[in-house]
Design a protein around this ligand. Sequence first.
Ligand SMILES: *Cc1c(COP(=O)(O)O)cnc(C)c1O
Length: 466
Amino acid sequence: MEYISTRGKIDSVGFIDAILMGLADDGGLLVPRHIPALSADTLKKWETLSYSELALEIFSLYIDGEIPREDLKKLVDDSYATFRDPEVTPVRRINDRLHVLELFHGPTFAFKDIALQFLGNLYSYVSRKNNSIIHILGATSGDTGASAIEGVRGKEGIRICILHPHQKVSKVQELQMTTVDDANVLNLSVHGTFDNCQRIIKELFADVSFKHKYHLRAINSINIARILAQTVYYFYAYFQLARKGETRTINFSVPTGNFGDIFAGYLAKRMGLPIGKLILATNENNILERFVKEGIYEPGEFRGTYSPSMDIQVASNFERYLYYLSGEDASAVSGLMSGFKAEGKIVIPADKLQQVQADFVAYGVHNDECLATIGTYYDDTNYLLDPHTACGVAATDKLAGDGEVTVALSTAHPAKFDESIQLVGITQTYPAQIEALFDKPQHQTIVDGTNEAIAEQVVKFYEAEA
Ligand SMILES: *Cc1c(COP(=O)(O)O)cnc(C)c1O
């Protein structure tokens, strides 16, 4: 499979180069040249596969022999062997119209593990095979950092530097990142918001000579490997319900920040998975809700919420959707993105808005509503939702139709966000792995949120002798 840029100004590259490139060298995002179309026969055949078998089939479509199948199988098996549930991503029935897809059974208790344990192993594989230096640089609203660090800590040939917004991640998220004592890990705690961190990273990557000089590699959801890995559980969840004889329309509800996870659902749908509604759930940072309702994409003021991993204004994957919305017209995307840079917003015409509304429905969940949802479901069903999952469930309650069943993606274990759970008046017990974090020393450097301050730290870390 060849990968091309949404802005059309680079030569196409293969899968491994696409992973290593991260952000396309023309500032766009990489997308597969064609989206593979699956026949009903193939879907039927896949229905009984295990999670890892299914992942292998889906990756094979996008990797196209560039990694020998035996090697790919080992990468996939190793990546999901660390998950605590034999189903990897089990579906739990909450009531007749709602199932929760638990994506938090990986090592850091959030859905980021599904893509990042694989990406960590893939980087390690490429580093060994090609003898290439892998210096990972990424920004996190909390979960990506922990998961990426876990995926590569102590691995030879790889170093990782992660920026998180100072005191704007949950305590457990902070501990998961900063209690790691491997020398190949650097945590930068940055004054400012996640959007600042993400913008700095994007600008450092956009400086192509800096990126090449220091061998910088991306782990943010701009990396196409993450999106591909996340399509797998849409298929797997769908098949789990189909196997149980579900015949109603199956919706998916997705708590969204960077538009990564929901884009994976959109991709699964375009590959031929017969999904009903794709429900886009946001919190009070509701730029994407407004886009779906009014056709205006305009980042505004940052709001701190109970679901901090979604406290994002500029959705880094949004450009991928714009590419498909423009009919795969890279020059149209370039035009929209330069307009966005100049004016701070994108307004799409009415015919395109109609398409958007055929692709998604959206709902922004207010802070009180988020907590109320956690409380209600806990009282009624004894199931404890984390605050991000609660946004997806609240959006389901608003937008799912009669006679439909919805799979709400559960993106994190509630133990990661006890600050929010406590506000509902619920006392939870931590899993032992999380409890143990509180006794460990932390390693982090607090820095100003400027490109210069970050670049200085990055250079120092990557120039140091191994
Ligand atoms: C990252 C994250 C999200 C948002 O996912 P995107 O891919 O950015 O849309 C939602 N919930 C949790 C717990 C997360 O860590």
